[in-house]
Design a protein around this ligand. Structure first.
Ligand SMILES: NC(=O)c1ccc[n+]([C@@H]2O[C@H](COP(=O)([O-])OP(=O)(O)OC[C@H]3O[C@@H](n4cnc5c(N)ncnc54)[C@H](O)[C@@H]3O)[C@@H](O)[C@H]2O)c1
Length: 476
């Protein structure tokens, strides 16, 4: 590492982020599931049945097959199913689905049937679990509203299954802690759905830009998720498929509107800062290899007056490195405008800036004029791109200089493009970890330390003060 950079950045987690890992991830190409193979493999894995709890042993060879269940068959449940289908190794077989809303449950079962899976369908989680275990279910994917993550994850782990659970881990810190404890007690795997952790472009950028010290000292970082009001309009439902009030109340939902728009109500979620911000705040800690020391934030119900959570939030963190240097981080989630370039995270060093996004077209690396990146270019870490903007000649000389001083950055792109659906690599990592082929990229204890930064934003807004993080905030 060059002097003047943030030091001591290489953690255990980072050690996994090797070039070898990256090449391996990049080498696996997307493709269609061999449907016939899946169909033939049903009931033919050779794996012993689980009696009353422990999941069966897993076949590890080229024909390895994992039996999977899905809980929560809504929007993200559907995305995860679509992201699983192209996975060829291991082969996956969906054996059971669970959702309290028959409307969504039926839809996903029918979808899977088209691809030669024949899962049983359940409203009740315990019935889902025992039916799944009867069929040899080894892995459970959980994509319910956040409020149900902890109870279901803990039960599934204790029943002997490995779990992939969506972010946020829980709507409460205590719920998230219970999940980590259950993972440790059972020795089963618990992957949290921060899918950027398995994105080969993010892993490449971490390894070849951040850890390689290309940006110099990263004094500032930032990020945003700016979304138009249209992205946040109230979700509706077909009236004839409304759940009975008794079912809603059995699962803790006040009414259909809150059931459909759970992200906006305090009982079920942490609001947009948790729903959208969690993905990106996760990247700050991961890429900086540091934890926040303080947080201050402002947020309000500026537009959606009939919802409980803040629709717009602005946050300032101080991330402290092991050498006590600070990286100041500004993050905003706006649900009333998509202006300002959508969603990205950026790391602003004295030699250059790395702008990351799940959107490939937004990902860029900018070089300060004084920096020499010849070696990185020769090694193919960066690819030059033509600058589209030209400085207008009509500006006065003074403002022309101002523009140049701030805009005269050469732009580069990364030589890595994700050729799969965004969630597929993270799911592949989960299934490969079950087979002992890889380490999890986002185990629950790592995710907990990351989400601790998110959990303190809403309290900071309410306190109208800068809050300090204590070591205990990151401990289970
Ligand atoms: N990783 C990502 O990029 C990403 C993107 C979107 C959502 N998510 C996460 O996925 C999860 C689901 O979000 P969504 O957008 O699909 O929500 P959704 O409302 O569309 O779907 C939730 C589903 O869970 C079902 N459900 C509710 N309570 C249940 C219970 N007690 N038992 C069983 N099923 C229940 C609902 O009927 C619904 O079908 C959330 O945790 C969210 O944060 C992650």
């Amino acid at each position: 590492m060059k002097s003047g950079q943030n030091s001591a950045r290489v953690s255990v987690v980072r050690a996994q982020s090797t070039r070898r890992d990256f090449l391996r991830a990049g080498a696996a190409t997307a493709g269609l599931t061999v449907l016939g193979q899946l169909a033939r493999a049903q009931g033919d894995t050779g794996t012993p049945r689980a009696a009353t709890g422990g999941a069966p042993a897993v076949l590890k060879g080229a024909d390895a097959m994992i039996k999977v269940g899905l809980v929560g068959c809504g929007a993200q449940g559907g995305v995860l199913l679509e992201s699983c289908l192209p996975i060829q190794s291991p082969k996956l077989q969906f054996v059971a689905l669970c959702d309290i809303w028959p409307y969504n449950l039926r839809h996903r079962v029918n979808y899977l049937k088209k691809f030669n899976h024949d899962p049983s369908a359940h409203e009740d989680f315990d019935e889902f679990l025992s039916a799944g275990l009867e069929k040899g279910m080894q892995a459970v994917i959980i994509a319910t509203p956040d409020v149900w993550h902890a109870p279901y994850t803990v039960k599934a782990l204790k029943a002997g299954c490995h779990v992939y659970c969506e972010k946020m881990m829980s709507n409460t810190v205590e719920g998230a802690r219970q999940m980590v404890r259950a993972m440790k007690e059972t020795g089963k795997l618990l992957q949290i759905g921060h899918q950027r952790r398995s994105n080969p472009r993010y892993r490449f950028a971490l390894n070849r830009i951040m850890e390689a010290g290309l940006l110099g000292r990263v004094v500032n970082a930032g990020g945003q998720w700016n979304r138009s009001v249209r992205g946040s309009v109230d979700l509706t439902w077909p009236e004839k498929f409304a759940l009975p009030q008794a079912t809603l109340e059995k699962y803790g939902y006040a009414n259909m509107r809150e059931f459909r728009n759970w992200r906006w109500f305090r009982k079920y979620s942490g609001g947009p800062i948790s729903d959208l911000g969690a993905h990106q705040i996760d990247i700050f800690g991961w890429f900086l290899n540091a934890r926040p020391k303080t947080v201050m934030a402002s947020g309000g119900r500026d537009y959606f007056k009939d919802r409980e959570w803040y629709d717009n939030v602005m946050v300032i963190y101080e991330y402290e490195h092991s050498d006590q240097e600070i990286t100041r981080v500004f993050y905003q989630v706006l649900t009333t405008t998509s202006a300002g370039g959508g969603y990205f995270e950026q790391f602003m060093g004295v030699d250059g800036t790395l702008k990351m996004s799940e959107n490939d077209a937004i990902t860029r690396v900018y070089k300060e004029a004084h920096a020499d990146w010849t070696e990185a270019l020769q090694k193919g870490v960066l690819r030059p791109i033509e600058r589209a903007e030209t400085i207008p000649t009509s500006l006065s000389q003074v403002s022309l200089l101002d523009v140049r001083a701030s805009a005269d950055l050469d732009a580069y792109e990364l030589p890595v493009v994700l050729d799969k659906k965004p969630h597929t690599p993270h799911l592949e990592n989960f299934f490969n970890a079950i087979l002992g082929r890889e380490e999890l990229n986002c185990p629950a204890d790592e995710a907990f330390r990351s989400e601790a930064a998110v959990f303190k934003v809403n309290p900071a807004i309410e306190a109208k003060a800068q809050l300090k993080f204590e070591p205990s905030d990151f401990e289970v």
